[in-house]
Design a protein around this ligand. Structure first.
Ligand code: AHM
Ligand code: MG
Length: 349
């Protein structure tokens, strides 16, 4: 049965979509209100390996996010708030919801069978999912989790890579430590005033809003493009004294330009706002975190891919984030991401 949110889907649209080979053409066939499952199905021919496995993987991630969304929304009502008492790979105290989200995604991906390995912020080494899956996933199951207790937006970030070793062989470093440029899909879920899933498979970026009454994501932001210029800068200025001089100079430049400072301290929320409105998000090297705080493999790469697909830019200050070859699972990188001209300007400092 068709919902009010979902538009009439004519065979003509389908024909158009299946014929869509170029990015321009594929941008036409994105009717607002189409359900995520259907969107994934009709766009399956965009994937280099259109066997349906990547489609299923995206569905598994969407399903797990619905479960996490339910738990995030219950956070104030039941006793799942506060710290779990354990420490994650970065030495941070885990929140109970971090642990739960990690369990939900791990379970969905294990049962789904399309992924062979999972890299997660919450586990020290990668998890071998004992599947014959052709994909490797890097995920931050619940980012910005220090914001849970204060009812501020949080998010899930994911990157999907194609496995390099033959199915049946042991998973190798080459499968795990891939560059961001090798992502086949990436995205995030924002648990905000509404819940959104935003993702790319390398053919532009699309955003879906969750309707909790129907338990389904619907296309609400088709072919998202980040404005080339913006007036928002997002950086934790509390660390200003330990920024390198060029970063200090750029912050001064932003003030001289009378840009608006906006920093939630929840990466997905800051990134998403800047994606829609135009802006730059910066987490530079600081005295406390000489390589920046954010993690390359499951925080920065996915957002860099989304940003570039939306017409934006992401750099570590020297090279494109997508060109960094990771040496370890949990390595950090300085991160400058957002509107193309703003990031280029920041680089020039
Ligand atoms: P987390 O992975 O422990 O949640 O930390 C990542 C978060 C980002 O969401 C956010 O942008 C950043 O840490 C904020 O850090 P800071 O408080 O140092 O500004
Ligand atoms: Mg995180």
């Amino acid at each position: 049965m068709r919902t009010n949110f979902e538009p009439e889907f004519s065979p003509k649209m389908k024909v158009k979509s299946q014929a869509a080979k170029s990015m321009e053409e594929s941008r036409i066939a994105q009717p607002i209100g189409i359900a995520l499952d259907r969107f994934i199905k009709i766009n399956q021919d965009q994937f280099a390996y259109a066997s349906g496995e990547l489609s299923q993987l995206l569905r598994d991630i969407a399903l797990a996010s619905k479960v996490v969304n339910r738990e995030v929304n219950k956070a104030g009502l039941i006793d799942i708030m506060g710290q779990a008492g354990s420490i994650n790979s970065g030495g941070d105290a885990q929140q109970k919801l971090d642990v739960l989200a990690n369990i939900r995604f791990t379970r969905a991906l294990t049962k789904g069978g399309e992924a062979c390995a999972l890299i997660s912020e919450e586990t020290e080494s990668y998890v071998d999912l004992s599947n014959d899956g052709k994909y490797v996933i890097a995920i931050d199951p619940l980012d910005g989790s220090s914001n849970i207790d204060v009812n501020v937006s949080i998010g899930t970030i994911f990157s999907i890579y194609r496995r390099k070793s033959p199915v049946g062989q042991p998973i190798s470093d080459a499968d795990i430590l891939q560059k961001g440029s090798e992502q086949v899909a990436a995205g995030y879920i924002l648990y905000g005033s509404s819940t959104m899933l935003v993702y790319t498979t390398g053919h532009g970026v699309n955003g879906f809003t969750y309707d909790p009454t129907l338990g389904e994501y619907f296309l609400s932001h088709a072919d998202m493009r980040i404005p080339e210029d913006g007036k928002i800068y997002s950086i934790n200025e509390g660390s200003y004294n330990s920024f390198a001089q060029p970063v200090k100079d750029y912050v001064s430049y932003c003030k001289d330009q009378q840009y608006t400072g906006r920093y939630i301290g929840s990466l997905i929320a800051d990134f998403h706002r800047n994606l829609l409105k135009g802006g730059i998000y910066i987490y530079p090297a600081t005295a406390k975190d000489p390589n920046g705080k954010l993690r390359l493999m499951y925080e920065c790469n996915a957002l860099a891919f989304v940003a570039e697909q939306a017409g934006g830019k992401a750099t570590n200050g020297k090279i494109s984030v997508l060109d960094i070859k990771p040496k370890t699972l949990h390595e950090r990188t300085p991160f400058f991401v957002g509107s193309k001209n703003m990031v280029t300007k920041a680089e020039s400092f």
